[in-house]
Design a protein. Sequence first.
Length: 173
Amino acid sequence: MSRNQKTLAMRVLEGHNIPYTAFYYDVPEHLSAAEVAAVIGLPPEQTFKTLVVMPDRPAAKPILVLLPGDSQLDLKKLAAAAGEKRMQMAPHREAERITGLEKGGISPLALLDRHYDVFVDETAILFDQIEISAGKKGAGILAPVAPLLRLLHAPLVALATTVRGGKRSYAWT
């Protein structure tokens, strides 16, 4: 991706007068959110990945979750917050099909017009700004938390489990 090319997510932030810093990085293969954090020089807990999660009922709309790069999603906590009985992760191909965005480039800002419910892990409030995908593989944005939450109509919820002992987190930034 060109270093000066703006994504839909960037244009959405500009349209709402929300300042941001763009990050562009080379993606030889998919990078986890924690690996992206290392490349752009942020701690993994400040670099949030976007997960696509499906309620376990027919014709349900997907739910998007922003989760720190060093964490795993607790599906039971998400189900409780969303008022659902059960939730399941959308497989990578299904997440791409549903969103129309490539794995590594899924961004709630690029999907704003679809009115998906978005939940953000409560740890986002520990930072003035968090990094999320800019809607294209190899591009991210660092945006202020409070205006981002308002724009996404996203509640802060305890959703993350910190990765310990070498376990992998879901890596779908």
